[in-house]
Write a new protein. Structure first.
Lengths: 315, 297, 858
């Protein structure tokens, strides 16, 4: 192959002639297809689903400890979040009227299939738990529902990591080891943060602890993720996704500090909680956008694969 | 499901054995696996394949756009393009001193008809939550448009960027390897239309043999860059039901050099999900232990 | 070929797979070049120099096939003393008449042979010659049944005589050296020599080389001479009539071969019989027509049989020996009625009505502007097409409406649009470029008002006959006496195409189908609509409908479809065997003499008198078919030989000569004579020509532009620009330029450019590509611009028509336009709109000093 001439195959409109296709791409065209999932629908769902699932876990734990105020708040939050989630997911379908087709099959190879069944189970029990808590009726059923939601909740909060990672999207797939912990931490941070917002400090202790733990895990997981990816971490650090991730990190750190230092101050707790909630959302949006960016630029696909081949084959 | 997993693990233990996706999918009695061998060395870039495919499958026209990408105004595969001819101009440099003509044998204009690979291990099929994507008895991968609810999961799952969602329609669409024609004993429309037999249709085993011979002939003749792509069962997708003879590296054509079905890493993903989920649950429980649990009163 | 005949190109790929070397000579690196082993970029308009160079190489290096040339060409024939070549006259031949812009062929004769007639018959004859023959013939026509025979011309079998064709040829092409080829055609010496080596090494007994050409060769003011050059080369190399050899003329679209066989050309009757003329007292009657037309030797000697049978097919029982078989009924030519001459007649009001059958001159004919102006002056215009093509809508959306030169409300032409049936909606034949007829059947009836051309012609004729019924006027007899009783059927009363085919095939007096043109008679007992098609319905079976798969036949596959004449697939295949009747080599056997059986046999049907042994030499007084010797493979030629030198038949020279195109940035480096002196110039204020070569003003149009096709579109776009699936493949009109030209003129990839000639200016998107390469020619860098000519203002994808730029300077033999080599300027940006467009063109004309005389010099 002779060397390149003119501007290397760049974006359309910047070419000086029919470009010599670079050795690594076809006119700079993406190799993969970007997800067609819309923002805010899907990243919002990632956030709300995580919030709901973690809240259910927190609610179950609070219930066991007899912390009715916290458990009621957490159950309500879970129901609200998961209802919004369902709406977002159905709305995002190309054929929303066919949403029930999700339950035609159960496939363990499809995180979306697993997730659909999880949601189908979790939604009602989260609803029952919240209803019982709010109305005070059927407490035993409510307790059972709370327990069920408490078991399903963590699955709801973490399966979405597999959902994203189980694609060809480089920024997601390559991060498949860390992503579940990132999402778990982010979910706990959000649920704890919401607890700090909604509940008086006297009863918000578990929420604070949960939030601190979650935030710490989130920050650690993110750091590990970026380190492992090396050059492939660029989508998480550049452009819009980079800004989202960075802001999220700052807010998480601030919220974490605030949670630790808030003490009895309702306001401080609320502010910290809000920060953590926002951070959790921004993290999901950041991850989402980073994925799209990594699918769009062929270098993220071709580069690592070519490198992999080079290492595998002799000479 | 579990049968398929264990079978697949067994297959992967013996990479040289060509895989039988129809059997893995549960077909007891099925015809030979059918597919495409696209020999791009004889493609004349006529795009009869693109037109024949659209005509037969009533695929809509999807954009009048002069791209400047040589003679490629189709751009890539998508929901409404199931055969896409790529054009890559590799014209030799002119002699330094004067702008004389490029000598014919050093200049190339690569042309290649791209198509869905009908992977042995098809990520799109693996991730489809409705079962719309299915494996046919011919070993091909087909979307059932009456089931698909447009969730879009198959789209980022495909390592080749083949399948896509039709915006006006909402569903995912891709090459069916003319399943309806196969069921009637006919060859796919693109293979029928191709005048130079660049697109060859037949049993995948036969096609592989033919391809081996062809690439060997080309390499003996000194044709630079002649290589097969996706013909072997030991690659990251278990080999393609549609595979290619290329005259340069795959990425030159917009193809991934080392595609891997994402499902390969899924067991690990589930393990980490389980661990993270468990940690989340434990963390929640622990949060309520100790002073200031806020309980009682 | 890959661009315009992708399906046919599969056979080139097949050959390549078997080891053939593919050489592609073309100004642009196209999809054909991508598949070729060698691409030779050439200056458009310089092919005679290039192929002439190959001829010179063959002659100088003695690479010609000696035995073949000696036995089967007119190489040994000695020319008359008076002949003078371009070598002697600065680019002209002897016999040039500057006043009439014509050649007198007297000095091109064979020595000792007064009046050899060309294969094309009377139509190819010099008018004075034709008169003489007729006068001579009249006396002989009555009674004896034929003209006197001529003795064989003087010849030198050793090919040494200075005036023998071989030596004349050698001398004529001596200046076409590799250096000259490089300068004139822009092909570097090394590359040229490589091509010469490849083709000579691949020709001879054991191997043959095939030439394939299309409109890149025909659409020049020297188009016919282009093909002549290749014919000479192929004859010298011994490739004619041999398997894997020959010259394949790829035609412009499906069945255009059929439309010259059963012609839509003004000067031909079916089977290439000439249309009779009205003037000079010639063609007064059948006898004088036949005498002028026929030759003494070969199958044209039976012209009378063919003509009478045709007249019987036309007028049936009304045509009898007493009334000259209604010969009088045939229309007569009064001059050139070519399409470009017709445009002039339209503009001056002489031609009042026009039928366009699947033709789109508003986009597809040279000087598209004049085409529309002509149509704007008609009383009525009938357009038959699948879609509303530009030739049907110019009156409301043509470029002249945009510039304000025409206003819709002022145009008086009454335009009728008759929707036409597509080929899937009617039955009939296609005759493709290899003379093969293939039948196709109606798959579905046409929808709505759409009807086939057959339906239209038949019912129009029927209605006219009904209106004229009972008329006593002699003027109406030709129409009323026509055999018009074709059966019709179906809801639409579609005429039976098979019945028409049967009439074309011919029948005997008992109405039984004929099987060979040798059965045709001039006594009125046979009727045949086209003598070369006689046999297509032999035995009452539609031979064109045969579909025996190739795998069940030998490699010639005679039982798929039917080729004319007599289903022979390779013309002149007698030449594939040596003078003793044995194949030149086993490897290249095609037909041979079976002495035991006493007939010719082989893989193909022999294109020869079936039972004539190779040893046969005709007696001195033999005429007609009997005069063909056993070693005369070229049976349509008067002397049975391939003509290296053409003593008669072409109006612009017996040997091909490189002349520059009508418009060229370069002077003729080979001769003083710049242009083809005999080219047909249609001069008109709307058809101004540019200065060329060293003439002042030539530098205003410094680039060569050539028109060509893209696979995705078809001709003038009527069958592609209206279809989404094709339009999306090539959605916009673009020009192709090299990066060097782009830099020189400030053109941007995917930007816009305006291309200007003395006729008009068009705009196109710019495709900057290294596939276009600057050439070194005439001591300078020469840039070429490629223009696909498919676009017009209607349809799914629209754009300017390349033919706006073209002029009407035509090849004088066949009146074809020169759109393959024009000179132009190019500048970045879109073109002006409205009246400003014409201002731009005028500005260029002024800058170049263009007057009514520019470019019209000899």
């Amino acid at each position: 192959m002779t060397g390149r001439e003119g501007r290397p195959g760049g974006r359309r409109g910047e070419q000086s002639m029919v470009p010599r296709a670079e050795f690594e791409s076809y006119y700079g065209r993406p190799v993969l297809k970007e997800p067609v999932w819309k923002a805010p629908d899907v990243p919002a769902y990632l956030f709300l689903g995580g919030l709901a699932g973690a809240s259910s876990a927190l609610a179950a734990s609070a219930q066991l400890a007899g912390n009715r105020e916290l458990s009621r708040a957490a159950k309500t939050a879970a129901l609200g979040a998961i209802s919004l989630s369902a709406g977002a997911l159905v709305h995002d379908l190309g054929r929303p009227a066919r949403f029930l087709n999700m339950l035609r099959v159960f496939k363990v190879t499809s995180p979306m299939s697993v997730g659909s069944w999880l949601l189908a189970a979790y939604g009602p029990v989260a609803g029952a738990a919240a209803a019982a808590a709010v109305t005070g009726r059927l407490p035993r059923a409510g307790a059972a529902a709370t327990a069920a939601a408490g078991v399903l909740g963590p699955a709801i909060a973490t399966y979405t990591a597999a959902l994203l990672a189980d694609t060809a999207v480089p920024a997601w797939h390559d991060a498949h080891r860390e992503m579940p912990y990132l999402f778990a931490g982010s979910a706990a941070s959000a649920a704890g943060g919401l607890g700090m917002l909604a509940v008086r400090p006297a009863h918000a202790g578990p929420a604070v602890r949960f939030a601190v733990l979650g935030a710490a895990v989130e920050l650690t997981a993110k750091s590990l993720l970026l380190r492992r990816l090396g050059p492939a971490a660029e989508p998480y650090q550049a452009g819009r996704p980079g800004k989202l991730m960075e802001t999220a990190e700052v807010l998480t750190a601030a919220g974490l500090a605030g949670a630790v230092l808030a003490g009895r101050s309702r306001v401080a707790a609320a502010v910290s909680g809000a920060a953590l909630l926002t951070a959790s959302a921004l993290t999901r949006f950041g991850v989402f956008e980073a994925g799209r960016a990594s699918a769009r630029d062929p270098k993220y696909t071709v580069g690592p694969q070519r490198e992999r081949l080079r290492q595998r084959l002799p000479g | 499901m579990s049968t398929r997993w264990s079978d697949r693990l067994a297959e992967e233990a013996d990479p040289a054995r060509p895989l039988d996706p129809a059997a893995l999918a549960g077909y007891a009695d099925h015809p030979a696996r059918m597919g495409f061998f696209t020999d791009t060395s004889v493609c004349i870039g006529c795009k009869a394949c693109e037109v024949a495919c659209k005509e037969w499958n009533a695929v809509p026209e999807d954009g009048l756009l002069l791209t400047g990408m040589s003679y490629d105004n189709t751009v890539g595969l998508g929901a409404s393009t199931w055969r896409h001819v790529a054009f890559i101009e590799q014209i030799a440099a002119r002699p330094e001193e004067q702008s004389g003509p490029a000598t014919g044998d050093a200049s190339r204009w690569l042309m290649s008809s791209d198509v869905c690979k009908h992977c042995t291990h098809a990520a799109c099929l693996d991730v489809c939550p409705t079962g719309a994507l299915m494996r046919t008895e011919f070993g091909t991968v087909v979307v059932q448009p009456d089931v698909c609810n447009g969730c879009g999961y198959c789209i980022p799952a495909c390592p080749f960027g083949v399948i896509d969602r039709r915006e006006e329609d909402g569903r995912a669409w891709k090459c069916t390897l003319c399943y309806d024609r196969l069921s009637g004993g006919l060859e796919p429309a693109c293979a029928k239309a191709c005048p130079t037999e660049s697109i060859q249709f037949g049993p995948v085993d036969e096609l592989r043999e033919r391809a081996q011979q062809r690439v060997s002939d080309l390499q003996d003749a000194g044709v630079a860059g002649a290589q097969l792509y996706l013909d072997q069962p030991d690659d990251g997708i278990g080999g393609g039901g549609a595979f290619f003879l290329l005259l340069d590296r795959p990425e030159v054509y917009g193809l991934p050099p080392d595609p891997v079905v994402t499902t390969r890493d899924l067991p690990r993903m589930w393990r980490h999900v389980a661990t993270a989920g468990a940690a989340l649950a434990v963390g929640a429980l622990l949060a309520s232990i100790g002073r200031r649990s806020g309980g009682g009163a | 070929m890959a661009e315009a005949h992708p399906v046919g190109f599969q056979w080139v790929m097949e050959a390549k797979a078997r080891g053939a070397t593919i050489i592609h000579v073309d100004p642009r690196f196209s999809r054909t070049s991508a598949m070729a082993n060698l691409h030779v970029p050439i200056r458009a308009g310089a092919d005679i120099a290039f192929v002439g160079g190959l001829i010179n190489y063959v002659l100088q290096n003695e690479k010609y096939f000696h035995e073949y040339v000696r036995a089967y060409t007119n190489a040994p024939v000695i020319l008359t003393e008076d002949f003078a070549d371009t070598e002697d006259l600065g680019g002209l031949f002897s016999g040039f008449d500057p006043e009439h812009r014509s050649y007198d062929w007297e000095t091109w004769r064979y020595q000792g042979d007064e009046h050899i007639a060309p294969a094309s018959g009377a139509r190819g004859m010099h008018p004075r010659h034709r008169r003489e023959v007729q006068e001579a013939a009249r006396g002989e026509a009555h009674g004896s049944g034929g003209a006197a025979a001529h003795p064989a011309p003087d010849s030198d079998e050793t090919l040494q005589h200075p005036r023998c064709v071989f030596q004349v040829l050698k001398r004529h092409f001596a200046r076409y050296t590799p250096e000259t080829v490089a300068q004139v055609a822009g092909v570097p010496e090394e590359l040229f020599t490589q091509v010469a080596r490849l083709i000579t090494e691949n020709s001879g007994r054991e191997r043959t080389t095939a030439f394939v050409y299309s409109l890149g060769w025909t659409q020049h003011t020297v188009g016919v001479q282009y093909i002549r050059t290749a014919a000479i080369l192929q004859a010298l190399l011994g490739n004619m009539g041999r398997p894997g050899g020959g010259i394949l003329a790829l035609r412009g679209h499906a069945s255009i071969q059929g439309s010259t066989d059963i012609p839509t050309l003004f000067d031909l009757l079916p089977g290439y019989l000439p249309m009779p003329f009205a003037h000079h007292g010639r063609d007064n009657d059948l006898d004088s027509y036949v005498e002028a037309e026929k030759v003494d030797k070969g199958f044209w000697a039976n012209t009378r049989d063919y003509m009478v049978s045709l007249l019987k097919a036309y007028w049936g029982d009304a045509a009898t020996a007493d009334n000259d078989f209604c010969f009088d009924y045939l229309p007569r030519l009064t001059g050139s009625h070519s399409t470009y001459d017709t445009v002039l007649l339209q503009m001056d009001g002489t031609c009042k009505g026009y039928f366009l059958f699947g033709q789109n001159p508003a986009v597809g004919s040279a000087n598209a502007r004049m085409q529309r102006m002509g149509m704007a002056n008609l009383d009525w215009l009938v357009v038959r097409d699948l879609v509303l093509i530009e030739s049907a809508t110019w009156w409301k959306n043509g470029p002249e409406i945009e510039t304000g030169e025409m206003r819709t409300e002022d145009i008086k032409t009454e335009v009728f649009f008759m929707p036409a049936a597509a080929h899937t909606e009617k039955s009939g034949s296609f005759t493709n470029t290899q003379r093969m007829l293939q039948w196709h059947h109606t798959a579905v009836d046409p929808a709505g008002d759409a009807r086939s051309d057959l339906w239209f012609s038949y019912h129009l004729g029927r209605r006219i006959r009904e209106k004229l019924a009972g008329s006593a006027d002699d003027m109406d007899r030709p129409i009323l006496d026509l055999t018009w009783g074709y059966p019709t059927g179906g809801a639409q009363q579609e005429p039976d195409a098979d019945a028409v085919l049967a009439e074309v095939n011919g029948r005997d007096a008992d109405g039984k189908p004929l099987s060979s043109y040798t059965q045709l008679s001039s006594d009125g007992s046979t009727a045949c609509g086209c003598w070369i098609y006689c046999g297509v319905r032999a035995g009452g079976v539609n031979q064109a409908d045969r579909r025996k798969p190739g795998r069940e036949q030998n490699w010639v596959a005679n039982e798929w479809g039917w080729a004319w004449p007599a289903n022979r697939r390779v013309l002149y295949n007698r030449a594939s065997a040596d003078p003793d009747g044995q194949p030149w080599s086993k490897r290249k056997a095609l037909v041979w003499w079976d002495a035991e059986a006493g007939k010719w046999t082989g893989h193909d049907i022999p294109d020869f008198v079936a039972d004539r042994p190779p040893s046969y030499r005709p007696p001195e007084d033999a005429v007609g078919v009997a005069a063909i010797s056993g070693i005369d493979p070229f049976i349509m030629q008067a002397d049975g030989k391939a003509w290296l030198f053409t003593p008669a038949g072409l109006v612009d020279g017996p040997l091909p000569t490189h002349y520059e195109p009508q418009e060229s940035p370069l002077p003729n480096l080979l001769y003083r004579q710049q242009h083809n002196p005999i080219r047909q110039i249609i001069a008109h204020p709307e058809d101004r020509f540019q200065p060329s070569g060293d003439q002042p003003g030539s530098e205003v149009f410094p680039y060569v532009t050539t028109t060509y096709r893209l696979t995705e579109h078809h001709t003038a776009g009527g069958m592609s620009r209206f279809l989404p699936y094709l339009s999306e493949l090539q959605p916009e009109f673009f020009c192709e330029v090299s990066p060097e030209l782009a830099a020189e003129r400030g053109l941007e990839h995917m930007g816009w450019a305006t291309i200007i000639t003395a006729r008009s200016a068009i705009e196109a998107r710019v495709m900057v590509t290294r596939r276009m390469t600057p050439l070194q020619a005439g001591g300078r860098t020469l840039h070429q611009i490629g223009l696909p000519w498919h676009w017009g203002p209607n349809g799914y994808t629209t754009g300017d028509a390349a033919n706006e730029l073209a002029h009407m300077s035509l090849d004088p033999n066949v009146h074809i336009q020169e759109v393959k080599a024009l000179a132009c300027d190019i500048r970045p940006g879109r073109r002006p709109r409205g009246p400003a467009l014409r201002d731009l063109v005028r500005e260029y004309q002024e800058r170049a000093g263009i007057t009514a005389d520019t470019g019209t010099e000899l």
